[in-house]
Ligand binder design. Sequence first.
Ligand code: BDR
Ligand code: CA
Length: 348
Amino acid sequence: MRVKETRKVIIDCDPGIDDSLALMLALSMEELHVEAITIVCGNCPVEMGFSNAKKVLKQMNRLDIPVFKGEERPLRREYVNALDTHGADGLGESFLPEVPGYEQSMSAVEFLKMRFGKRGRSMDQEREECSVIALGPMTNLACLIQQDPEAFAQIREIVSMGGNFRSYGNCSPVAEYNYWADPDAAALVYEETAKIGKKITMIGLDVTRKIVLTPNLLEYMKRLDSQTGTFVQEITKFYFDFHWEWEHLIGCVINDPLAVAYFVNRNLCSGFDTYTEVETEGISIGQTVVDSMNFYKKEPNARVMIQVDARQFFTLFFSRLLGAEEKTLDLIEQLVPDSGYQAREVRS
Ligand code: BDR
Ligand code: CA
């Protein structure tokens, strides 16, 4: 069922293969008004992320959306990219042609301060209602907190792809990449969210690991819309190979689009409200410490998602991206297993 309301969002990301799919999804959704894209260092350096965002906007015919370059390194930790996962160009070694120009006069953090800070708000009351979907390390958001905590408090909602509760990590036994890459930023965002009495939605590996784009699903995409399907194939090939090598999975986990999909359809995931902190030191650096049993007796600052309806996700993903009617997507039931996918959990 389509939601009528249009919600304003800023997408903070590090594109990145799955970030690019998330951007494509967001730009295909009539429920969303993407005000801007802010880039952070993560999967690839900021300059490369900026260039990839433009390539995606070109593909979607949406070069009207501003893209702001953000922080080039984590708050305290040394920067570690994920080009081993996303390819030398950050976009699955598709080496798509560069899209020239498009430089903005301010940085991502300056833009966020302007958008959510007093100045921006007094310019236009309407502008208060804007959320952030965070698909990369949270360095830009953390800098916003450091420079203008009041502006941060004005963000209507934050949905973050990151962290993990029961699922194992993808960068260490216990940590997920986005929070591991800048644990101090993630810790500050969760801490500040607690301070202002809000809740951040955590779309972590527990749910995203169930979102596997398989060769059959990709083939189905191409049959439904050859141009979009071929583009997705071009940027995911490298990702498929990576997943086979690392997880013994035929397909690839597309984490980030789930955060976008959930933002629009709250029935896709379920979980619980709880207090959560992010570890910033030691062997469990970057781990989300989710107080599910309420040991700390602290007010929840997070909505931790633990269940997902993968079929419903793909129905939404395909219908929006490929412009197909949901009711015609009958093959999804056959192609997405009810019991989920099984990646290798033990390497031997
Ligand atoms: C997250 O890390 C990145 O590699 C992906 O883009 C996603 O945001 C998954 O751990
Ligand atoms: Ca990402």
